[in-house]
Design a protein around this ligand. Structure first.
Ligand SMILES: [Zn+2]
Length: 328
């Protein structure tokens, strides 16, 4: 398998949302789910003729192409989801990061401390957990994706006119936004270095088109360390296994939320909802055996006999800071 770092540059606004309300799709996600990115790549490979219909069916039945969640790029730098130990002061706006202290505590078998008050002015802190953060001048800062909100009118097919009460609100990520992610391809899948892909909703109306660039990663971080940061949502299970890869999880620090797992192409039905820890959760785990790229892009899991992808991407804490270009 080959590990790539992918960069996705949006050429048109994208509607990637976490929640559907009565008025339409609102509340954009701060990241592109790995399953969305994977679907976009498979569709693009199919369109380009490098995958056939039976290849897509085989991928749905037994996934080999793995993708992490895609987080934004801010001012040319990668953002990563904040751990539960990163917070910002409501008074002075400074960011406090107790992640490394938490790692020390976890390694020593102690309970880590969460940031409570600003050390400078005693101000109350707001947790940045799971929100994208990036480093500038050696300091972590929260990043907010640029979005815009628009309303479109539902058109009646019979009358060809606007229907009262059929308004759809959506919030779209602006074009020009850039994202990064890990991708693992199996040895027998030819991956081009550049692909035109479409993500999110409204693709037939021109939303979500972008250019995906892939760069192979040759140097693997040392994954023998036991404390990790999850780049994708994480399944709160004691053991995660996929093919010859096996992960034993002893502790997860981070809130769980219920996530609808999307459409199952094989079973032609909605997948169940499961509780997942948010990106940025800290995971104490042991890699029993397997190949590093699979753990980095994230092991797929089986829920009710259907495969779910785009979860469980793990970074060592050193790698977490190296990717944000924070030294020390
Ligand atoms: Zn403060």
């Amino acid at each position: 398998m080959t590990l790539y770092e992918a960069r996705l540059l949006l050429k048109s606004p994208a509607i990637v949302t976490v929640r559907k309300t009565e008025r339409g799709y609102v509340k954009p996600s701060s990241f592109i789910p790995g399953s969305t990115l994977r679907g976009a790549i498979l569709t693009a490979l199919y369109r380009a003729g490098s995958m056939k219909e039976q290849d897509l069916e085989a991928e749905a039945r037994s996934p080999k192409l793995l993708t992490s969640a895609a987080f934004p790029v801010a001012e040319g730098r990668r953002t990563l989801p904040a751990t539960p130990f990163i917070a910002s002061c409501k008074l002075c706006g400074a960011t406090l990061d107790l992640t490394r202290n938490a790692v020390e505590a976890l390694q020593a078998g102690r309970d880590p401390e969460f940031p409570l008050l600003c050390p400078k002015d005693g101000g109350p802190l707001e947790s940045l957990y799971s929100r994208p953060v990036y480093a500038r001048d050696g300091r972590l800062r929260p990043f907010r994706l640029k979005t815009f909100r628009a309303t479109s009118v539902g058109i009646s097919k019979e009358r060809g006119s606007a229907v009262k009460g059929l308004l759809f609100d959506y919030e779209a990520i602006t074009d020009g936004a850039e994202f990064w992610a890990w991708i693992v391809s199996p040895n027998d899948m030819q991956m081009p270095s550049r692909l035109e892909v479409a993500v999110g909703r409204g693709q037939s109306r021109g939303f979500g088109w972008g250019e995906l660039n892939l760069r192979p990663v040759s140097q693997m971080p040392n994954l023998q360390k036991k404390v990790f940061v999850a780049l994708s949502p994480f399944t709160p299970w004691k053991e995660i296994a996929w093919e010859s890869n096996n992960l034993k999880v002893s502790k997860i620090l981070g809130r769980k939320s219920k996530v609808q797992l999307g459409w199952d192409m094989v079973k032609k039905g909605l997948r169940p909802s499961v509780k997942l820890s948010k990106p940025g959760s800290m995971v104490v785990a042991e890699l029993l055996h397997g190949e590093p790229p699979a753990f980095i892009a994230g092991l797929p899991v089986q829920v009710n006999e259907s495969w779910v992808v785009g979860l469980n991407s793990l970074l060592t804490v050193d790698e977490y800071y190296r990717l944000m270009e924070v030294t020390g």
